[in-house]
Design a protein. Structure first.
Length: 276
């Protein structure tokens, strides 16, 4: 099974993990809807929806760059309508857009709390709701409909909450969508899964966090390859899972992960959050 001719609606796909997933699907000849906010170049945060579209086309896919703030219901619904107009439907939704602030309660302004929960939890729910009619049609037509949330396994342990309660709530909100929607959408044949990295991933967002050594991270391509295995699996039998990238790759025979190291030869990586 490949993604040739499939249409993927990917939030936050102007750079990083979302773009990497889009390019991996584009290599099959997929259609990629780039739903992200960045339209103008920023020297501190490289990548726009238009530069991402160029990269996706160069990788072999079709691209539709759309300026979308996933906190805006009307904007999301309009983007879905444009995607359907351009490509005829939506087969896959990747909820990748996310906001992060690793701050404790004392140092988390409510504006930042609202941003994280508005993008991560609410944005994931909204985009899933907006794409659902198209995903139902795709599943009914045998087009292997998937929703993939870039969120961690649920672990109700204090040490994952205490240092940054607001961020953890926001990310777990995405994972709760996986838990609930996988059960809710099973009757339609729509798969809903989560994917999360074992190690920190070198992205532009990570560079904004002081003290992070990107040489101790892996590249976004490890998640792109893991996502590809999920999105090409049978939606009727692969649903409700909280996948970890290296474990999933190993199940598919990929055990040499050297290609994903930012610095070749690295043996000790920065661990990501939420993996016990």
């Amino acid at each position: 099974m490949t993604l040739k001719g499939r249409t993927l609606f990917i939030t936050g796909a102007s750079r990083g993990i979302g773009l990497a997933i889009g390019k991996r699907a584009a290599a099959d000849g997929a259609n990629i809807v780039i739903a992200a906010k960045t339209t103008d170049p920023n020297p501190k945060l490289p990548g726009t929806i238009y530069s991402a579209a160029e990269e996706i086309r160069a990788a072999g896919g079709q691209a539709l760059p759309l300026a979308v703030d996933i906190r805006d219901e009307e904007g999301v619904l309009a983007a879905v309508a444009k995607a359907v107009q351009e490509f005829g439907g939506i087969d896959v939704l990747v909820n990748n857009a996310s906001a992060i602030s690793l701050t404790d309660t004392e140092h988390t302004p409510m504006k930042r709390y609202d941003l994280m929960n508005g993008i991560n939890a609410r944005g994931t729910y909204l985009c899933t709701q907006a794409c659902l009619p198209q995903l139902q049609k795709a599943a009914g037509a045998g087009r292997n409909a998937h929703v993939l949330n870039m969120s961690p396994p649920l672990s109700m342990k204090q040490h994952w909450f205490a240092p940054h309660t607001a961020y953890t709530m926001a990310k777990y909100g995405m994972s709760m969508c996986t838990l609930g929607h996988s059960g809710e959408f099973a009757k339609y044949g729509i798969a809903v899964n989560s994917l999360w990295p074992r190690t920190a991933i070198a992205t532009a967002a990570l560079q904004m966090i002081p003290g992070v050594d990107l040489n101790l991270c892996r590249k976004p391509e490890i998640l792109a390859d893991a996502a590809y295995f999920i999105l090409t699996s049978d939606a009727k039998t692969t649903t409700g899972n909280f996948f970890i990238d290296d474990e999933l790759l190993a199940k598919h025979g990929v055990t040499d992960l050297e290609q994903y190291s930012v610095k070749p030869g690295t043996r000790k990586f920065i661990p990501d959050f939420f993996v016990d």
